[in-house]
Ligand binder design. Structure first.
Ligand SMILES: [Fe+2]
Length: 212
């Protein structure tokens, strides 16, 4: 991404396949949430390297954020369920699209990929970002909309970390990616609320990119 550009929205050419979308139904509960009686987040994770525009998946699903970046669950060593192959294939194509479109350059050598489903029901809201506005702690981040059902809310926001001015707000459409500079911007998304049926959800892919 050009130095003066802080974010970009793009409609992905590599759309999520039906099997990938359906695989979100099998995501496992996030065991690190503070509310133990209302588990509103399900997730999986994988990480890898980018080398000469090629992607190599790495073993392991350990994940760590410091307390400064994540007031909610920072400082806790987390280990997530591994991401399935279908999703990994989709993620590879998306990262290649980002490279082709010059959003990430050769300096970016590592990435993390999270599949996240936030749920809500009649009694409870779902919180995409329980910690509020935050940095993920990488160079670039992309939040990508996969699917949503029976909900209102889940609106994405970007805020300039220096001026504290909101520079983007909007509901991402399916297969739309918001790509941004995680050093300079803070991100957030509003809670989701059930509008019909028994269960609502918001399915996303979050990609993180870093130099080291
Ligand atoms: Fe985040």
């Amino acid at each position: 991404m050009k130095k003066n550009k802080l974010f970009k929205i793009l409609n992905l050419e590599n759309k999520f396949q039906t099997q990938t979308i359906q695989s979100y139904n099998f995501l496992k509960n996030d065991i690190y949430l503070k509310s133990k009686n209302w588990i509103f987040r399900k997730r999986s994770f994988a990480k890898g390297r980018i080398y000469n525009s090629k992607i190599k998946w790495l073993k392991g699903t350990n994940f760590f954020q410091n307390k400064k970046n994540n007031k909610y669950v920072g400082g806790v060593k987390r280990k997530f369920e591994p991401m399935n192959l279908k999703l990994k294939n989709n993620v590879e194509k998306i990262i290649k699209e980002f490279i082709d479109k010059k959003l990430i350059d050769k300096k970016i050598r590592f990435f993390g990929a999270h599949a996240i489903r936030i749920i809500c029901n009649k009694k409870n809201l779902g919180y995409p970002v329980p910690e509020g506005y935050h940095h993920d702690g990488f160079d670039f981040v992309s939040v990508i909309a996969v699917n949503r059902s029976n909900i209102s809310g889940g609106k994405s926001y970007l805020k300039n970390a220096t001026t504290r001015r909101i520079i983007f707000s909007g509901n991402l459409k399916n297969n739309q990616a918001l790509f941004f500079n995680d050093k300079k911007l803070l991100h957030y998304a509003t809670p989701i609320k059930l509008v019909k049926g028994k269960l609502g959800f918001r399915d996303m892919v979050v990609l993180t990119f870093s130099k080291n």
